[in-house]
Design a protein around this ligand. Structure first.
Ligand SMILES: *[C@@H]1O[C@H](CO)[C@@H](O)[C@H](O)[C@H]1NC(C)=O
Ligand SMILES: *[C@@H]1O[C@H](CO)[C@@H](O)[C@H](O)[C@H]1NC(C)=O
Ligand SMILES: *[C@@H]1O[C@H](CO)[C@@H](O)[C@H](O)[C@H]1NC(C)=O
Ligand SMILES: *[C@@H]1O[C@H](CO)[C@@H](O)[C@H](O)[C@H]1NC(C)=O
Ligand SMILES: *[C@@H]1O[C@H](CO)[C@@H](O)[C@H](O)[C@H]1NC(C)=O
Ligand SMILES: *[C@@H]1O[C@H](CO)[C@@H](O)[C@H](O)[C@H]1NC(C)=O
Length: 432
């Protein structure tokens, strides 16, 4: 029996159902083989690996243990490559005022209470682990013979967040119909810059089954991942007792498990720009993503907000929690000048983290790039996503698919401190 601790207010809860995680061994072997040529520390894939996870508020020292299994080492702090909310995070959360936020724009309103860290909280880590295990096993059965399949094809040509949300719809449709989701190869995914032209170019494979049967409208069907499907929301019965927001976020997270090459690239990017060179050494920090340009021009956002409007939202809270490191990203270079001005007014309270990325990249420019240019941009997106998902606090506008994607990943990791947003709206957008 292994233990790890999240929050002191958590009930001691034993999850007997987290068994058979031996399935994960295959993935780690895969990671190990690919990773052996990489920097040792960077190439590890961290997964929860235990037949019996106990969340015990008194066993705070036990989370230092790593869980050994066969020849691989795992530790209980990461899910795939992402760090789960930990004691430091929950300690921070308790310093901030409680808020109940309502996510709108879905089939119903979904509430999240930022101070509910109990095991009944839907976004608890044990719920995430169960869901991720279920999804993994669904997609990696012992035997693929006689299974039902859905081939995801016809990817949407839209912004990264948008196209991914459409894939999530198709994945949900496959699960709702008790089918294993497989990508059509070669696909037409704009951001898939390897020969597969699917998300498998950058993320761990969606499944390990290959399809043997013909497309027959019975055992094997095709599902389109182009735009417009969320107007018919799908909510598979297996997740019927969960909110729409929770279920979608879990599916998204599963599909976006970084593969070792992607993770190594991201960690090298961070090492190039951050001193000290690891994300873990910058906590606590707040991540600010400023979406402007095409979103505003196309009127998806009602207005552009000044950086000061963003800072005014969180300045009091971050001071209360002694957070002074701020990561800023935007496709608009001008945001950094605004930052230097704001920080001057605040007597240099904030310490800036940033990566140098190609600015002013919008969907229209991506379409016209070469594969190689696009590959570089996609990896920059994923570096940014990694930094934002790891942040303690987060700021942005949920009318942006990108910000929603980040918010969903953070929720899956157990980070329920509400998104700071000048829009004052928590959105699960169904349109794009
Ligand atoms: C888990 O692994 C990560 C990444 O290597 C490391 O930074 C962290 O300290 C480890 N945690 C524990 C509790 O060993
Ligand atoms: C897929 O992965 C599962 C779990 O690791 C394993 O049991 C199964 O044999 C694998 N199937 C194939 C076709 O490799
Ligand atoms: C549909 O597929 C199942 C196997 O998944 C098979 O048993 C059944 O006979 C098929 N039905 C038709 C009408 O082809
Ligand atoms: C949903 O909750 C009901 C009532 O608690 C329960 O009977 C049912 O099994 C649950 N469904 C799933 C898929 O967990
Ligand atoms: C981003 O950070 C680098 C240091 O890593 C710095 O040289 C650069 O000026 C920063 N860019 C902006 C726009 O502040
Ligand atoms: C914040 O930092 C100040 C000065 O270092 C310290 O007195 C205070 O206890 C800290 N507050 C928290 C909540 O950590």
């Amino acid at each position: 029996m292994k233990y790890f601790t999240t929050n002191r207010s958590l009930q001691t809860t034993t999850i007997k159902s987290i068994i058979g995680l031996i399935l994960f061994a295959l993935v780690s072997v895969f990671g190990f083989l690919l990773g052996s040529s990489f920097n040792e520390a960077n190439s590890k894939i961290h997964l929860i690996f235990s037949s019996d996870i106990k969340l015990d508020p008194r066993s705070s020292t036990n989370n230092q243990q790593s869980i050994k299994s066969s020849s691989r080492e795992y530790n209980s702090t990461h899910l795939w490559s992402m760090r789960l909310a930990n004691e430091d995070y929950f300690r921070l959360a308790r310093l901030l005022p409680c808020r109940i936020v309502e996510y709108v724009g879905g089939p119903n309103v979904n509430k999240i209470d930022s101070c509910d860290h109990s095991s009944t909280n839907e976004f608890s880590i044990q719920n995430t682990l169960q869901a991720q295990k279920w999804l993994y096993e669904h997609q990696h059965p012992m035997d693929c013979m006689n299974k039902r399949f859905a081939i995801i094809q016809n990817f949407a040509w839209s912004g990264f967040g948008s196209t991914f949300h459409q894939i999530v719809w198709a994945f949900g449709a496959a699960i709702a119909d008790n089918r294993i989701a497989v990508y059509q190869t070669p696909g037409n995914w704009l951001y898939g810059t390897c020969d597969l032209r699917t998300p498998d170019c950058i993320f761990l494979p969606i499944t390990n089954c290959s399809i043997l049967s013909k497309v027959d409208s019975n055992q094997t069907i095709k599902i389109n991942a182009n735009t417009g499907h969320w107007s018919k929301p799908i909510h598979p019965s297996i997740f019927q007792n969960r909110t729409f927001n929770w279920y979608r976020a879990q599916l998204l997270f599963y599909l976006m498990r970084y593969k070792p090459e992607t993770l190594t690239h991201v960690q090298n990017t961070i090492a190039n720009y951050f001193k000290p060179p690891s994300i873990d050494l910058h906590h606590p920090y707040i991540a600010v993503y400023v979406r402007r340009s095409d979103k505003v021009r196309n009127r998806e956002m009602s207005q552009a907000y000044t950086l000061k409007q963003y800072f005014d939202l969180f300045d009091t809270d971050v001071r209360r929690a002694n957070i002074s490191t701020v990561y800023i990203n935007s496709e608009d270079e001008q945001v950094f000048d605004e930052f230097f001005q704001i920080n001057k007014e605040k007597q240099g309270y904030y310490k800036l983290l940033n990566i140098t990325a190609e600015r002013n990249v919008v969907f229209a420019s991506l379409v016209h790039m070469t594969n190689e240019q696009r590959r570089k941009i996609v990896l920059e997106f994923l570096s940014d996503l990694f930094i934002e998902a790891n942040a303690d606090l987060h700021v942005g506008t949920l009318s942006s698919n990108w910000c929603r994607l980040v918010d969903e990943m953070r929720l899956v990791l157990g980070k329920t401190i509400p998104f700071y947003t000048p829009e004052q709206r928590f959105l699960m957008d169904m349109r794009r």
